[in-house]
Design a protein around this ligand. Structure first.
Ligand SMILES: Cc1cc2nc3c(=O)[nH]c(=O)nc-3n(C[C@H](O)[C@H](O)[C@H](O)COP(=O)(O)OP(=O)(O)OC[C@H]3O[C@@H](n4cnc5c(N)ncnc54)[C@H](O)[C@@H]3O)c2cc1C
Length: 326
């Protein structure tokens, strides 16, 4: 199941000819030797479970993939990869519509009332359904408060440079996507039109920072000082849903009301797996869904009012560890 989400994306993009710039290979980059030893341990552990698509790199090896002095080594995951997520989701929406699915945008649900048929309310009307899947994730505020205590909205920020042609190819010559090993991590990749897309930042509670550029540019310049003069064409912020364990959650809110959320910033692949498990359960084979749903979850300490300040305080410890390189 660990690899199934990526497999679904690859198969679906091929089947429905979805143009989403799908590229293979993800690189975990270590900022210090403690992180590199951690990657080595991960490679060994994953190997014990049969996952062998990894390559450990020292500094010189890493610099064949990322032209920076910042990292001491890294680990390539050949099963990982990167893509244009908006083009993927639009391609999937078109594929679903071609199979008879009706999608209604701009009609936010305001209440879900379980029953023999489930009542789903919007500002202008009500739908009754035999089965409902609630997948509003970090944006589902106030609709099912019972679900909200399980997750915390967190915002993260991304910007892209202008198209840089050969310069972008020189910085990421093998076109892998990269994430570093800090608790507050940086992530970046080359886009199909040769921009550098750089992300990072973590705002607990899910608020947009005053300036995405002020938050992300210093991170990008630290990794790639040569980009100081590059024009920034786009910058944005969005929310993902964090769980205390960083593990996604699926379950039943009532016998015919299912939910899925909390991919903790890594949902592009996992949502594809979880969607399949939901589909299996709804169509009569809940065996894999039930295994996943039986995993324990832990609410954020402090409840709705104190979970953000308590998590911020807890995160200081991890920020200190990042800073000390342990
Ligand atoms: C800037 C940024 C960078 C990221 N980078 C990565 C990455 O590199 N790799 C990765 O794997 N993941 C990444 N993520 C995380 C990833 O986007 C999420 O994990 C994933 O989108 C979660 O999918 P989802 O379908 O559960 O929720 P979402 O994609 O958040 O979708 C929830 C949907 O529910 C709708 N909704 C909410 N409430 C209601 C309502 N009341 N009525 C009707 N509709 C409602 C919303 O409009 C939304 O369309 C990133 C996220 C952000 C913001």
């Amino acid at each position: 199941m660990a690899c199934e989400g990526g497999d679904i994306i690859r198969a679906r993009a091929a089947k429905y000819n979805i143009q989403c710039d799908l590229k293979p290979g993800n690189l975990f980059a270590a900022l210090n030797h403690a992180q590199l030893r951690g990657l080595e341990r991960h490679q060994k552990l994953w190997g014990e479970y049969g996952f062998r698509d990894f390559e450990l790199l020292d500094k010189a090896g890493l610099q064949r993939h990322v032209k920076t002095e910042r990292y001491v080594g890294g680990l390539i995951d050949r099963k990982g990869g990167h893509l244009h997520p908006l083009n993927l989701v639009q391609g999937e929406a078109e594929a679903a519509e071609s199979l008879g699915v009706a999608i209604y945008e701009n009609s936010p649900v305001t209440a879900v009332t379980p029953g023999e048929t489930v009542a789903v309310k919007t500002a202008q009307g009500e739908v009754r359904a035999k089965t409902v899947l609630v997948c509003g994730n970090a944006y589902l505020r106030g609709v099912l408060p019972e679900l909200e205590g399980r997750i915390m909205p967190v915002s993260t920020q991304v910007l892209t440079t202008e198209p840089l042609g050969e310069e972008a190819a020189a910085l990421l010559p093998t076109d892998l996507c990269v994430e570093d090993c800090n608790f507050f991590l940086d992530y970046f990749r080359r886009t199909a039109d040769n921009r550098i897309l750089y992300g990072g930042g973590t705002v607990y509670g899910g608020h947009d920072p005053e300036s995405v550029r002020a938050k992300i540019l210093p991170l990008m310049h630290k990794t790639f000082p040569s980009l100081k003069e590059a024009r920034i064409d786009f910058a944005w912020s969005g929310n993902f849903a964090l769980t205390l364990t960083r593990f996604p959650q699926i379950g039943r809110f009532a016998p015919n009301v299912y939910f899925s959320h909390g991919d903790s910033g890594h949902g592009v692949t996992t949502t594809h797996l979880l969607a399949r498990l939901l589909a299996e359960a709804v169509t009569g084979d809940p065996s894999r869904f039930d295994v996943f749903a039986s995993l324990p979850y832990f609410p954020f300490p402090g409840g709705q009012r104190l979970r953000v300040p308590l998590t911020v305080m807890g995160s200081w410890w991890y920020r200190l560890r990042d800073w000390m390189g342990v």
